[in-house]
Every structure is written in structure tokens, then in C-alpha cells.
Write a protein of this length. Structure first.
Length: 94
């Protein structure tokens, strides 16, 4: 069963383009190094809180990528302040 891993954050940098470029680099690196990522989506609300949603084939795939502690992930997370994250099973998708 696929899952979503949702991370909420605020940006520590006014350089949105740089942050988005780092995210794109991280997505490409994760997709090349690990099986399982299906899709990603990034949104920003009116209060400037960002929500990054990654859909994975399984929690095992997501956990394996997270456990790798990629240096690029540390670089990307250095640009933000985490507000929370959660993992949930996808039960219906149309």
C-alpha cells in the first residue's frame, strides 16, 4: 500500500528559487538512489508555511531513504524550520 510522508516547514531564507532548486536536486538524487518514490508536491499557504508531500510505494521505501541520511538532505533541511511531519497510508485515490 502506498503512503504519503508530509513535512511542514517555514523557509529560513528569502531565496525561494534557491530553496526550490535544492529541493529539485534532492528529489532527483533520492529517485536515482532509492526505489519507491512515486510523486512529490509542494504547497505554500497564506501564512508562508510550506507543505512538502512525498508519495511512496511503501513505508519501508520511505524509511530506507530517510535512514540513509543523505548530505544533500541535510543541506536542504538547513534552509527551513520544521513545523512537523507525519506519515499516512493512502486508502483511496481517484
Amino acid at each position: 500500500m502506498s503512503i504519503v510522508r508530509v513535512t511542514r516547514f517555514t523557509a529560513n531564507t528569502p531565496d525561494t528559487d534557491g530553496m526550490l532548486a535544492k529541493r529539485a536536486e534532492l528529489i532527483a538524487t533520492v529517485r536515482a538512489a532509492f526505489p519507491g518514490p512515486i510523486a512529490t508536491r509542494l504547497t505554500r499557504d497564506a501564512d508562508a508555511t510550506w507543505t512538502d508531500t512525498w508519495t511512496w510505494e511503501s513505508v519501508a521505501h520511505a524509511d530506507a531513504a530517510a535512514a540513509a541520511r543523505l548530505p544533500l538532505a541535510a543541506e536542504a533541511f538547513a534552509l527551513v524550520t520544521l513545523k512537523g511531519s507525519e506519515t499516512a497510508e493512502v486508502v483511496d485515490e481517484r
